[in-house]
Design a binder for this molecule. Structure first.
Ligand code: SAH
Length: 351
């Protein structure tokens, strides 16, 4: 596989262009072209000669949209093809203030959560920073001009969630590099405050993240209130206990001043009766956090069942009454395989 130009920061692109014997301003043209979601060969301001030289070493387009799916609720889902033929997926959710894109950080995943389709075939490989970024660049380009009032180049994608396939903190260095590049003034310049990073709770990396000086929203997939229950659906719970996770969250808050979030997927008969609600209240009450409840998107390879909508609202009500800040995430894109890894798994099965 060739190298990936979108891995580079602006300063690195400048050094590359100079090393190729070109004038410095070419770096700006190149970087702008890539930020606009173009393939190297599509950047008209650059000479054919320079583009040919770049294409000898670098992928012309590291991420291409292979399939695009439209949900009746406006949500879009994409199947992306990487240069080596691997497939990843992403979702775009449209809100009044802008578009939120859900992106992947790995091909597959090795965390093994029982409810999640991304992990069915294990981890295939990590994505590079540029492959993570390119998902945003191509989708942003596709929706150019649709969101008004966002200033810089009428950016359409304004918010990002690292909740697609993969565990971002298991691909730590590339994820951090991506975060620096996507928030950089020269690039898409998406505010870190508009980015949520979701982790299954890799404690040492949560501490490390707190030191990076990137004020993003840290979200932890909790899904249980005690370690015995948690380990049944999340093997990572063998390595990191809930109280260690909570300490790491506290540290994140101390360092960044940002409140943190928990995701709690409601799995019928597993983690969502009244006693679980009360245990969750006991665990989190008074902490600077917010709980996002998710109704399980049933994965056909697993026999876990979703909680009914009415029961889910009852669970939410109990949390709120108990003093927690919580919401039940609206189910969107269910008709297009909205949950992590479902699209790729389905595609691989049928093709
Ligand atoms: N590895 C990271 C990010 C990817 S998963 C993490 O574990 O947080 C993003 C969120 O979707 C997690 O909270 C995950 O537990 C949840 N999720 C995965 N599959 C799901 C499904 N089938 N139904 C509901 N939520 C799911």
């Amino acid at each position: 596989m060739k190298k990936i130009l979108q891995d580079l920061s602006y300063a690195e692109t400048e050094s590359l262009v100079l090393a190729l014997g070109e004038k410095k301003f070419r770096a700006k043209q190149l970087f702008e072209g890539l930020t606009q979601g173009k393939a190297i060969t599509e950047i008209t301001s650059l000479s054919k000669d320079l583009k040919a030289k770049l294409c000898e070493e670098y992928e012309d387009a590291p991420v291409r949209i292979k399939e695009r799916y439209f949900s009746s609720d406006g949500t879009e889902k994409y199947l992306f093809e990487l240069a080596d033929g691997n497939l990843i997926e992403g979702v775009l959710m449209k809100y009044k203030y802008g578009y939120t894109q859900c992106i992947s950080t790995q091909v597959g995943c090795r965390m093994g959560c029982k409810f999640c389709a991304s992990t069915l075939g294990g981890l295939i490989r990590n994505l590079t920073a540029g492959e993570i970024l390119s998902q945003v660049l191509v989708v942003n380009a596709l929706h150019k001009g649709e969101v008004s009032g966002q200033g810089k180049e009428a950016r359409a994608v304004t918010n990002l969630v690292l909740m697609g396939s993969g565990e971002p903190l298991d691909n730590y260095d590339e994820t951090i590099k991506f975060l620096r590049n996507v928030t950089s003034e020269n690039g898409l310049c998406i505010s870190a405050r508009n980015i949520s990073l979701s982790t299954c709770g890799i404690v040492p990396k949560m501490y490390k993240l707190a030191e990076e000086g990137i004020p993003l929203n840290l979200t932890v997939s909790l899904h249980a209130t005690d370690d015995e229950t948690r380990v049944r659906t999340m093997p990572v719970a063998k390595a990191y206990k809930i109280d260690e996770i909570l300490k790491a969250c506290e540290y994140y808050f101390e360092k960044t001043g940002r409140r943190y979030y928990f995701e709690y997927t409601l799995i019928a008969g597993e983690n969502c009766d009244e006693a679980h609600a009360d245990a969750l209240i006991k665990l989190l009450k008074g902490k600077p956090c917010h709980v996002n409840l998710i109704r399980l998107n049933e994965v056909k390879e697993r026999d876990l069942k979703a909680l009914g909508e009415k029961e889910a609202y009852r669970f939410l009500g109990r949390l709120e009454k108990g003093g927690l800040s919580a919401t039940l995430r609206r189910q969107i894109g269910v008709d297009i395989g909205g949950a992590c890894g479902q699209l790729r798994a389905g595609y691989l099965e049928n093709n």
